[in-house]
Design a protein around this ligand. Sequence first.
Ligand code: ISL
Ligand code: CA
Length: 561
Amino acid sequence: MEKKWWKEAVFYQIYPRSFQDSNGDGIGDLKGITSRLDYLQQLGIDVIWLSPVYQSPNDDNGYDISDYRDIMSEFGTMADFDEMLDAAHERNIKIMMDLVVNHSSDEHAWFMESRSSKDSSYRDYYIWRPSQDGKEPNNWGSFFGGSVWEWDQESGEYYLHLFSKKQPDLNWENPTLRNEIYEMMSWWLDKGVDGFRMDVINFISKVPGLPDGEVVSGLTYGNGMPFFANGPRIHEYLQEMNSNVLSRYDLVTVGEMPGVDVEEAKLYTGDSRNELNMVFHFEHVNLGYGEYGRWSVGEWKLPELKTIFSKWQYGLEESGWNSLYWSNHDQPRAVSNFGNDSEEYRIISAKMLAVCLHMLKGSPYIYQGEELGMTNVRFEQIDAYRDIETVNAYRDFCDNGLIAADVMLSAIHRRSRDNARTPMQWDGTPHGGFTTGIPWIEVNPNYTNINAENVLADPDSIYYFYRKLIQVRKENEIVVYGKYDLILDEHEEIYAYTRSWNDEKWLVVCNFSEGTPLFQLPESLVSYTSATWVTGNYAESARNIASLELQPYEALVLSLK
Ligand code: ISL
Ligand code: CA
């Protein structure tokens, strides 16, 4: 297994709109980020994944880009960007940009040209089709509601948009378009950025003919996923991108890939494949999803989570690399989703989740506010929500009576992307110190208690616990490169695994429950009779490893002897 800086790194995701406002307009911005770099340096992270900061009309908060070489006016200027990049580099923090090239904004110059006429030289930059017997060319439903097809009256054809109609899909079949994208990527890399997180990058190759998808009963539109996720030319495109751009720089790449499985991920990240370094899969964050996806809230059991993580750990053991995350800007808050956000258990369970994830093999990603133990928000009125996915789903599912309004609102409380998008809670002043103006989305009312000022003042806080875990990673190669093995596969409350590196063996034990289950050393490990303490979320104590009674949400890392 080759050693790489990005395998040793800890990543921190910033959602700029919600991180820090510097000028009182209620919107986070680049100067705000620069002003908080010391906070991140102190935490110990190595790389910032910056959600999109390019020029955008913000139909989907920057994931709809109208100019790939300019900065969103609300976030500042290119000079602000350069200043932030330099300031980060001075602190040994790298910047990984979000790259959104499955689609652009409909306000991008390419699309405006493309829609101007069937004869435009840009027509083929997007995916245009004539109507089929007076209807859409196929039955696919968009991620944000309605058909994936939008009729363009003037030029008399439909264009494809997997997301909102203001996010037309780019046509990767066109080599001129591909080259434009490669040049744009090189332009940013020449500027000094350190990598790319590639948005839905496994959607860029569609099955020719765009066949109809299956329709879940009750729904209007079909599921096109089998025809655009991991499509026929995807590896060809990524290898081309790699040889044209990526291979020329020392950078990090991670592909966001809904619908990716381990076998595919071996192809995307395998050492000799020359594609990407890591992928983000969705298997654990989709636990408990039902027929209406995230809006059907079902239960799941710990063994399912262990099976998923273990499959990925073993699958990418020889070749490839894992990314590790509990949350991001599209997911509920980690502690609310996987831990316990009650007053009693919020802090201890957030620390347990941190241990469980950071001791796995792979590169961990911290989502902004996770280090404070920020929680989901429960807005009582749908008007308080801003996310296009949430707002459209509420309208679609409630309007046609598929989900009752109160049931939908409780699903939103559990699963809305806005849970992750309420502003960073910096201190106890109005709006949590995020802005002196009116924030674009309300701050979670619990900011008076849960905020950065408080965690910085408390040596026992979640923030300092993350800092310690990062230090443990920096000081122990076993955390980065050690082999993973699952133990106690079937246990319903305990997630336990070992890491092995040279003649070292570490035991990681995490109690996912409020109970006090007994951990018993399995047969395979009985030759170990004692252990030294590495870290844990309760006070250090001498423990009998043969039989450990765990505290609620206890997490322990021991070095076995
Ligand atoms: O959250 C989702 C479904 O409930 C996903 O479909 C999500 O839209 C998908 O993970 C793709 O996400 C990325 O691309 C989207 C953007 O809205 C997300 O914020 C981004 O992370 C379109 O660019
Ligand atoms: Ca601002």
